[in-house]
Design a protein around this ligand. Structure first.
Ligand SMILES: [Zn+2]
Length: 393
């Protein structure tokens, strides 16, 4: 690849020089030059393995006009893709500095330079450049997109929301769910000291994405904090329609709401119905067991779970069942307890459907692939056991 580039550079420079010579031949009153000695200087640097100096010389030789701009852009892109952002930046800066560049080409070079800065991690320079591009009469669609990336990285949520709205208005991307996540980030910041603002931010989140699970969960949390359990239940009710994969995240909130209402029997009914609709929800099954234990007895809870585990076996269920039993069990029980405990603790509870990232805590922004809302709760099934066996063998 590198050899290719270095072959391309002198060729490009030479063709630029030939073009110029043809021009001078057509207009002989202008200076007719012999072969430019700079060209040999460049080749010399190249042969002496001083590629940076060679590139500078060739870039200087390559006349910037409408015919060679594409060559410049292609070369710089190649450098950027190879991770040699400094070289890409030099070429793009050189292009922008030429007064002969016409409007559209200039804007394109600016976008590319901005992308170089993004690549190099010089976010303030990239921001500056993309803001300038955004103020053009016809802003390049890349400007708002890259600014959104920058503000997201800087956790500047108000600005990220602003950029999201610009992109949304130009219909160049599916950004509504992202805007909702940004509102949720802001709401979380407001929860400790400004609940009213937090409520209003969550309303905005849901206006942008009616299926924003996170906003509904946060609403429920706010209502529970202010002891409004009925309203918390209303907020949580939307969850199953929004995305049933996140239902397990609501179990603790449901528990708190019914506790505040002083109506655990109603919670028991609620969980039984939920399990009829979502029979694989181990977390709901364990919660139901906990409630039955509280309302009736450990024996009743044990019996319920025992029966259900036959139909829906799970490591976590088994672990809960063992812990519900009295210590009158056979000698193997402590061992099974130890193993299931290790499996429950080692198992990853959250997985990203996009990149497969898995971990023990909830991330609304996936640390693996930087997508919003792709990490979801998973039940610890037998795959966890396989994983554990792999890691211990
Ligand atoms: Zn991911």
């Amino acid at each position: 690849m590198m050899q290719w580039l270095f072959l391309l550079l002198p060729v490009a420079a030479l063709s630029g020089w030939l073009l110029a010579r043809r021009h001078y031949q057509r207009y002989p009153h202008k200076t007719s030059r012999a072969f430019n000695p700079e060209y040999f200087k460049g080749l010399n640097y190249l042969l002496n393995e001083q590629p940076d100096k060679a590139i500078d010389v060739f870039i200087g030789l390559l006349e910037v006009n409408s015919e060679t701009v594409e060559t410049h852009l292609a070369l710089a892109n190649l450098f950027r893709r190879r991770g040699e952002t400094e070289r890409a930046i030099r070429i793009h800066q050189n292009l922008i500095a030429r007064p002969s560049l016409h409007g559209e080409q200039r804007l394109q070079a600016m976008v590319e330079l901005g992308l170089d800065y993004m690549h190099a991690g010089v976010l303030d320079r990239a921001e500056h450049l993309f803001l300038e591009l955004l103020q053009q009469p016809q802003p390049h669609p890349e400007a708002a997109k890259q600014l959104l990336r920058i503000y997201q990285q800087e956790k500047n949520w108000p600005r990220a929301i602003e950029m999201g709205k610009i992109i949304d208005a130009s219909k160049t991307g599916q950004v509504k769910p992202l805007i909702a996540q940004f509102y949720c980030e802001l709401a979380e910041q407001h929860i400790p000291h400004a609940r009213r603002d937090a409520f209003s931010l969550l309303k905005h989140a849901l206006l942008h994405d009616a299926n924003c699970v996170r906003a509904s969960l946060l609403e429920a949390r706010l209502y529970l904090d202010t002891r409004q359990p009925r309203k918390a239940l209303d907020a949580l009710q939307k969850l199953e329609q929004q995305n049933p994969r996140f239902l397990s995240e609501a179990l603790d909130y449901w528990f708190q709401a019914y506790q505040q209402l002083g109506d655990l029997p109603a919670f028991r009914v609620h969980l039984s119905r939920l399990l009829e609709r979502q029979p694989n929800m181990t977390s709901a099954r364990i919660m139901l067991t906990k409630i039955v234990k509280e309302l009736e007895s450990p024996q009743a809870a044990q019996l319920l779970l025992y029966e259900q585990l036959h139909q829906h076996p799970s490591v976590e269920g088994l672990h809960t069942l063992i812990n519900l039993g009295e210590n009158q069990q056979i000698a193997l029980v402590p061992l099974i307890d130890k193993i299931t405990k290790a499996m429950v603790e080692k198992g990853d509870r959250y997985t990203c459907k996009n990149c497969g990232f898995s971990g023990k805590s909830m991330h609304w922004l996936c640390p693996g692939c930087a997508n919003w809302g792709t990490v979801h709760p998973t039940e610890i099934h037998l795959t966890a056991l396989e994983k554990l066996l792999e890691s211990t063998s």
